[in-house]
Design a protein around this ligand. Sequence first.
Ligand code: UDX
Length: 477
Amino acid sequence: MPDSRVTASVNICVIGSGYVGLVAAVCFAEMGHLVVCVDNNEDKVAQLQRGETPIYEAQLPELLARHRNKGVTFTTDLAAGIHPAEAVFIAVGTPQGNSGAADLSYVEAVVSQIAQVMNGYKVLVEKSTVPVYTNEWITRCMHRHGVAPEQFDVVSNPEFLREGTAVGDFLHPDRIVVGANNERSADLLRRIYAPLTEGRYYEQADALPGPCSAAEPAKLVVTSAQSAEIIKHASNAFLAMKISFINAVANLAESVDADIEDIALGMGLDARVGPRFLRAGLGYGGSCFPKDVAAFSWVAEQQGVDFRLLSEVRKINERQLDLFFEKIHSALWTLRGKKIAALGLAFKADTDDIRDSPAIALIRRLLDAGVKVTAYDPAAMAVAQRALPASESMMYAADPYAAAEDADALVILTEWKEFASLDLHRLNRALKFPILIDGRNLYSPTVMRDNGFTYVSVGRPAVYASTQGRPRRNPAE
Ligand code: UDX
């Protein structure tokens, strides 16, 4: 069986070792390419050189151990990365600027540096999420720095990976999008992804398992650079819209005593709607959806296109947090001086990322309202501790039951699996009052009522526990 790791190797440079850059670098090595990953953060590079992963991401430590100092090396020396490379993937941050537009100054800085060290034809690949026409700006920037047009091409190859499952998403993608304005550059990208699109990778004995296979390999779509740039923004905006849509329906369901979980099931069974991204709750967060909805909205505005739908998506998302805060308030009557156990800090399960996390935003509001919060998260405690105010009102616990100890109520803010299978008897005994306000709909209201809880969730009728029959706490415990 031919091993894609030796037959079709391409020299690749990845600039940036954040979520996208690091996952891409390690996965390209896993696909058999020779990768140099460049970052200007010396500490991060030293950490990676030692084989430590700076982010919490399943399967990444294993793949890094497999390829470090073989298929992938790490350096701060940009020229050393660029010189041998046929393809240079730009995966630096594109944070949200004040206007909502993506701030492309890191991209521009990197392109200027690449221009200084060019030593032959290379394909520059936009991997970061960027607005439409960024490919043209990169081209213009290279020209301004004196690089001849025949020395490079610019391709858009957006990344669709989800945090927590990033490695699997990269090696088993729903699709690979290549936005190239000529065949030469498209062909290089086809060569890079050939182990996945020809299915050779999936035949390897140690290939990471996933939905793709040699019989059903990954699909690669070639479009113009502009179309690829829009595919990325439009995909994320559409998914954010799906979440806001179901959250708006959840609010309607609540007002008529309907159940959003039944509604989502009934809607999702229609193949045209699909069941995914119909989970009502606290709303979306993370490093992509909020930023990309704003950036896409800005692009539409710049082009004079009426796309107010996107501002509605954002408004519904923001309102979702207000509504949840109001739920907590009305369940507890008054807030000042109350003690609340908060389960979840990360913006979603299986990650330690708290960027734009609804959980963090909600906890801040509780603290502002004079609540004492004790939080627990399986992965994001250390990073949250640095972001949240250090005060005696903000405490952290070693597990959900310790967080619940003597609390007036417990709130679920992140959809971690372990929060869906808590020992309800133990939880009930730990809490001062058996009140659970669930921002992720992890429990059935009937089960919660049967276990003696007052249970408030999203888009479903609240159930109220009678205090009679509640297991008494043993003061000696
Ligand atoms: C997202 C896209 O899925 C990915 O393709 C893109 O490359 C980057 O942005 P990510 O931010 O890692 O990935 O998380 P995702 O799993 O999509 O969840 C985003 C947010 O939406 C989370 O806060 C999650 O809790 C929330 N969400 C998701 C819901 O509230 N309901 C859902 O049904 C799905």
